[in-house]
Design a protein. Structure first.
Length: 277
């Protein structure tokens, strides 16, 4: 019933892949990272499936995926690379990227059922962060080095996004929450009786889905594109980059490879690089 899931998706309100690629390359190269044309060293399928985190100090990947008209989806390895600040920077990389391209962008991080983050960045570099994270041993109300501006449910506060996107990210009302709890209680009482609905387990499963799961599912058909790479986290970007380059290229995907700067290579890949969320 409680299936754990995570998703890390950045959405840029532009279909200009050339402009996005140029801006991403400039940002990382200014940090001392080196753009390379192909991933280094061939790896077996088993190595890619079992130990992808070992590659993190040596290879970063930024994937640009054609989305619905007017949008581009960005996936990165390490996860949420654009949500973090470059060494010595005063703003997250996504803010710098939005300014360089001159358009709006946002990142949605979904962490299980009830924790999610929405990092908004506009063309002027302003940012706003809403939502919540469950991160032990760190300061509360922070997302990496950024202060969470509005705790609780993630919602759009800064960007003027299309109404259909705004609607699916809207926080549930107290009345909706009460109705969900009432129905869950009702179904619980009916279990094992003659009045138990045929599909009660399915309905219970839907009701138990948290806000993060619901908005993740709702945004995919709006922004996922065809083919959809919204849930690429299930198929590890490292694995796809090493084994499906030709197919990705046919689908209009651009993969950008970078060798991290030396000071990033000294970090623990399970913590400072990969992130806790």
């Amino acid at each position: 019933m409680f299936i754990e899931f995570r998703n890390y998706t950045t959405c840029i309100q532009s279909n200009n892949l050339d402009s996005i690629e140029l801006a991403v390359s400039r940002i990382f190269e200014l940090e001392g990272c080196r753009r390379i044309s192909q991933p280094p060293q061939p790896l077996s399928n088993e190595e890619l499936r079992q130990t992808p985190w070992l590659l993190l100090p040596h290879l970063w990947i930024v994937g640009l995926f054609v989305s619905t008209p007017g949008w581009t989806i960005v996936k990165t390895e390490p996860n949420e690379l654009l949500c973090r600040r470059a060494r010595g920077a005063a703003r997250p990389r996504l803010s710098e990227l939005a300014m360089q391209i001159g358009c709006n962008a946002f990142h949605l991080g979904a962490y299980g059922h009830n924790n999610d983050i929405l990092l908004e960045a506009d063309a002027m570099g302003q940012t706003f962060i809403s939502g919540s994270v469950d991160r032990i041993e760190e300061e509360e109300n922070q997302f990496y080095d950024e202060q969470i501006n509005a705790s609780g449910y993630s919602q759009f506060f800064l960007l003027d996004v299309p109404e259909e996107i705004q609607a699916v990210v809207k926080a549930p009302s107290p009345e909706q929450q009460q109705e969900k709890e009432r129905r869950l209680s009702e179904l619980d009482m009916l279990i094992g009786t003659e009045e138990e609905p045929f599909d009660d387990q399915s309905e219970i499963g839907e009701l138990l889905k948290g806000h993060s799961w619901r908005i993740d599912e709702a945004l995919e058909p709006l922004l996922g594109g065809s083919p959809s790479y919204w849930h690429i986290w299930k198929n590890n970007l490292f694995y796809l980059a090493y084994t499906q380059q030709q197919q990705l290229a046919k689908n209009g995907v651009r993969l950008l490879y970078f060798q991290p700067a030396e000071h990033y290579r000294q970090l623990d890949p399970l913590y400072e690089i990969q992130g806790y969320y």
